[in-house]
Structures are given as structure tokens and as C-alpha cells.
Ligand binder design. Structure first.
Ligand code: HEM
Length: 529
């Protein structure tokens, strides 16, 4: 022991191995950087949320968003810290709001008409500076939105019911082709096929391969939610990024090919009226030099993906809910039989304005189990929300899904039509004045309405869902056609709570082999005596 002591006490100095020294130096540097950041962090007013912890807080909150998905992370933070929460995404300060007064303020203000994502994410899917959905070039977004509004509101809406009814009927007539050996149909895929056919017939009107397009739309959506908030470094790793780049490119190429066909049809048409629709208007705008070819392709792409990504999944959730609530199904079917009249040529005509139970059912389904749970905005100016100072550039997430479950409704955590049938009347209707949809299709004037501040499944204000009126029309027409012919029966034990779901960019069922399958059992509606 004496010898050992001598050696350690007076032995020659042995240098540490170089890699170890480098690592220690790096750690020292990192600690100094964190200390420096903490020291220099400007003192802010207190907004509830995870602690900064020398930069660890932002890192952890960003990881949570990437790991669990944006929707799930928002719900976690709002449930933990309250209705106004500050977190960080990609190092940027982000507020998550689920308090209706704050959400309403942002929705209606012109200061929040931009969206946010990482720098390279929206670029990778062609949404940066193009299209409308995530275009943060406000000037270009505004110009493109005019074309969407024109196609999705006003006289264009009147054609929608007819197109929805014929397309749904056409797909139901071929149900046998989609039925497996056990008598089940993949309900989500059926709804997607109906919805993509309707979108094509309304906005594009070119022959297409429905199945192939749906696969590409699905892959594009997966890519969209995978890359939206990813850090720039992700896009430098070839093997991670290439798969996503390819999925985006495939749909872009398909859209370009469909537009080529459309261009030919436009140029060969004898009368422009015969081909006038959303795609034609875009092509003409491109020829007039208003939009680039890439922007036209992106606008057409977004119009075609908008409904399959939202509406078909909403309808799928509605079919699950209708089965779980037989009393509601009975009321819907009774109402359908009351408002349908057989026309002179034997066709069934439904007075959609009188479908009040159906309307409450659709609203309650979107409230109770939404597909679009939140929406993402960016502050374009300094502002104040509920006493909190918002600096220009702050990211804002409006957690509308949670807002619908925590404020106003008499039975917030339950699925119940009374949430829409027994609420107070309010003059501030959730509809745009002056449109046929606003006046008639969306809400009937005599129906009680929830004050718009508390129910915003489509958002409102300048950057709201531009398809909100047509979406209501489509849902009513598809459901009415489907439910008057069939009752559905999910696989034994499959309910909305039992099927696996993810909540990243939106709430989606996980598509495994069995859980989304349903039996479609024909029914005959009894005429009222
Ligand atoms: C945006 C919901 C169907 C087109 C949005 C937003 C929500 C939403 C919450 C964000 C609004 C905001 O930031 O305030 C839904 C739901 C639907 C639906 C729940 C169906 C159940 C549709 C349909 C279309 C459409 C059928 C078109 C055919 C769009 C577009 C935007 C949008 C283009 C981006 C608007 C912009 O940024 O200016 N939707 N939507 N949506 N929606 Fe929908």
C-alpha cells in the first residue's frame, strides 16, 4: 500500500486520452452556453408552461411535440398547465390557447393570418410560398384564397348536393366489390373513394385512377405530418428525408399530369362555360401571368387533398358514433323519412334545410370527436391576448378540440345531441351572411345556435376553413344517402374508444387490417303513415 501511495502522490503526470479531453471540453462549452443563454434571457411576464431550465425545457417540449404528435402534445400541455400555455417548438416560443375568448380573438384578428412550421418542412411538401393551406407568404396566400372561395361558396355549392348524392349512390351500388369474404367493407376507404370522386367532379373534372390517387394522397399526408415541424438537420439526412421527398413528389407529379389533361380539355372546348371550374380558373390565371405553374399545381393539389384528409375521416367517426347511439340513429332515420319526397320520376328528394337532427348530429360529432383538433397560426404584429404581450413572430396553436370540451356545453365530456339542441339562441351565427350555404344549408334559421365564440370546428375570420360551407353540405348529403340505404355495423368490440388513433396533424384512426371494417346492412325506410 505504501508503494501505491507513493506512485499516486509523486508519480509522473499522465495526460488524459485525447477523445476524453475533447468530450470534457465540449461538455464544459455546452454548460457555459446554457448558462450564458439563461443569463441573457430577457425577463418576461409569467405565462404557465414548462420551465426554461437552461435550455432543457425548450428541448424537452420540442421532443414531446415530435414524439407524441402535435395534437397530443397540445392536449397534454393544456391539461397540465391550463388554457394559456407557453412552450417551444424548434426553439421558437409557442402559445397554446384553449380558452374560447383568446381563441376567438386570434381567429378574428388580421394579425394572425400566417401559419408556422419549420423552415424546411413546408418547403419539402411544396406548401411554402404556394397554395393556401400552409402558405405563409400572406400576399400570395390572399390571392390564391380568392380562387378557393369562389369554388367553395356561392352558386358552385348548388351543384354539390347532386354530385354528392350521385357519387355516394354510385359507390354504394358497387359495395360488393369492396366487401371481403367475411362480409365487411373497409369503411374509411369507401368514404375516401366517395369524397375524392366528389372533389374531382366538382373541381377538376378529368378522368383519373381513384385508387392510385388515394394512395398518393395518403402518403402525402403522412409526409406532411412527419416533416411539418422537423428541424433543418432532418432534411440533411438523405435516408430519412428521401422517402418523404419522394412521397410529396409523387402526388405533385400526378397533379401536374392531371392538369396537363385539363389544359388540353380547356383549349379544345368549344365553349368555356362547358369546362369552367376551379382548375380551369387556375389555368386561365396562370396564362394571364397571375400564378406560376408550380403554384397552380399546388393549389389544385390542396383542393383535391382537403376533403379526403378531413371530411372522410369525420364521416368515418360519425358512422362509428351513430352505431354507438341507436337512439340517435333512430331519430336521424325518422327525420330522413319525414323530409324525403318521391319525385315525378321516382327519384328521392330530400329537403336538406329540414334535417335538424342530422345537423345537430354532425355538429356534436365534430365537437365530441373532431378530426381537426387544432390550428396553427403566427403573429404578424405585436399584440396582447388576455393581458399577455405577444411579440411579432410568436407561434400560436389554437386548441379548438379541447376548447369544445371545457367551455359552454351542458354535457362537455359526453356525446349528446342536447349539446346542440338545448343551447341558447344567438344572433352571431356561425355562418357567413349572404351565401346560400350560410342562409340555408348549414343552419336552419329556426334551429337554436351555439354562440360562435364557443364552437369553431372550422375556425372563423380571415384564415378560417375556406371549405366550411361545402363541408357541411357534403356531410349532410353523403350521410343522408348512405344512412337512408344502410345501417352500419362495425366489427364486434370496435368502438371509437377501442380503435387505435393518433393525433399529430389531425386525429386519425390507425389503419390496421380489421378495426375499420364494417358491415353495411341494407334497410328500407318506412314512409310515415
Ligand atoms: C383550413 C377544418 C373540410 C379546405 C381548415 C382549418 C380547419 C379546418 C380547422 C384551419 C382554420 C383556421 O386556421 O382557422 C375542416 C374540417 C373539415 C374541413 C373539420 C371537414 C369536416 C374542408 C373541405 C375543404 C377544406 C371539404 C375543401 C374542399 C380547407 C382549406 C384550408 C382549410 C383550403 C386552409 C385555409 C387557409 O389557410 O386560408 N379546415 N375542414 N376543408 N380547409 Fe378545412
Amino acid at each position: 500500500p505504501k508503494e501505491t501511495l507513493n506512485i499516486t502522490a509523486s508519480g509522473p503526470f499522465t495526460p488524459l486520452p485525447l477523445p476524453l479531453m475533447m468530450m470534457m471540453m465540449m461538455m464544459l462549452l455546452l454548460m457555459m452556453m446554457m448558462l450564458f443563454l439563461t443569463w441573457n434571457r430577457p425577463q418576461r411576464q409569467h405565462v404557465p408552461g414548462p420551465l426554461f431550465l437552461a435550455g432543457l425545457g425548450p428541448l424537452l417540449s420540442y421532443c414531446r411535440f415530435m414524439w407524441t404528435g402535435i395534437g397530443t402534445a397540445c392536449n397534454f400541455y393544456n391539461n397540465k398547465y391550463g388554457s394559456l400555455v407557453r412552450v417551444w417548438i424548434n426553439g421558437e416560443e409557442t402559445l397554446i390557447l384553449s380558452r374560447s375568448s383568446a381563441v376567438y380573438h386570434v381567429l378574428r384578428s388580421a394579425h394572425y393570418t400566417a401559419r408556422f412550421g419549420s423552415r424546411a418542412g413546408p418547403e419539402c411538401i411544396g406548401m411554402e410560398g404556394q397554395g393556401v393551406i400552409f402558405n405563409s407568404d400572406v400576399e400570395l396566400w390572399r390571392r390564391a384564397r380568392v380562387y378557393f372561395s369562389k369554388a367553395l361558396t356561392g352558386p358552385g355549392l348548388q351543384r354539390t348536393v347532386g354530385v354528392c348524392v350521385t357519387s355516394t349512390a354510385k359507390h354504394l351500388d358497387c359495395l360488393v366489390d369492396m366487401t371481403d369474404a367475411s362480409g365487411h367493407v373497409d369503411a374509411l376507404n369507401l368514404l375516401r373513394a366517395i369524397v375524392v370522386d366528389i372533389s374531382n367532379r366538382l373541381f377538376l373534372r378529368v378522368p383519373l385512377n381513384e385508387k392510385d390517387l388515394l394512395t398518393k394522397i395518403h402518403n402525402y399526408f403522412e409526409t406532411w405530418q412527419a416533416v411539418l415541424i422537423k428541424p433543418d438537420i432532418f432534411f440533411k439526412i438523405g435516408w430519412l428525408f428521401d422517402k418523404h421527398r419522394r412521397a410529396a413528389q409523387e402526388l405533385q407529379d400526378t397533379m401536374a399530369a392531371l392538369l396537363k389533361v385539363k389544359r388540353k380539355l380547356v383549349h379544345e372546348a368549344e365553349k368555356l362555360d362547358d369546362v369552367l371550374d376551379f382548375a380551369t380558373e387556375l389555368i386561365l390565371a396562370q396564362e394571364a401571368g397571375e400564378f406560376s405553374a408550380d403554384n397552380v399545381r399546388q393549389c389544385a393539389l390542396e383542393m383535391v387533398i382537403a376533403a379526403p384528409d378531413t371530411l372522410s375521416i369525420s364521416l368515418f367517426f360519425m358512422l362509428m358514433l351513430v352505431k354507438q347511439h341507436p337512439d340517435v340513429e333512430l331519430r336521424i332515420v325518422e327525420e330522413l323519412s319525414t323530409v324525403s319526397r318521391t319525385g315525378e320520376e321516382g327519384e328521392e328528394n330530400i329537403d336538406y334545410q329540414r334535417l335538424k337532427v342530422m345537423e345537430s348530429f354532425i355538429n356534436e360529432s365534430m365537437r365530441f370527436h373532431p378530426v381537426v383538433d387544432f390550428t396553427m397560426r403566427k403573429a404578424l404584429e405585436d399584440d396582447t391576448i388576455e393581458g399577455i404581450r405577444i411579440r411579432k413572430g410568436t407561434n400560436i396553436i389554437l386548441n379548438i378540440g379541447l376548447m369544445h370540451k371545457t367551455e359552454f356545453f351542458p354535457k362537455p365530456r359526453e356525446f349528446s345531441l342536447t349539446n346542440f339542441e338545448q343551447t341558447v339562441s344567438c344572433s352571431a351565427a356561425n355562418v357567413a351572411p349572404g351565401t346560400r350555404a350560410g342562409a340555408g344549408w348549414l343552419t336552419s334559421s329556426s334551429a337554436p345556435q351555439v354562440p360562435s365564440r364557443f364552437f369553431q370546428p372550422f375556425g372563423c375570420g380571415p384564415r378560417s376553413c375556406v371549405g366550411k360551407h361545402i363541408a357541411m353540405v357534403m356531410m349532410k348529403a353523403i350521410l343522408a344517402t348512405l344512412l337512408s340505404r344502410y345501417t352500419v355495423c362495425p366489427r364486434h368490440g370496435c368502438t371509437l374508444t377501442s380503435i387505435r388513433q393518433t393525433n399529430n396533424l389531425s386525429q386519425q384512426p390507425v389503419e390496421d387490417e380489421h378495426s375499420l371494417a364494417m358491415r353495411f346492412i341494407p334497410r328500407t325506410i318506412q314512409s310515415p303513415s
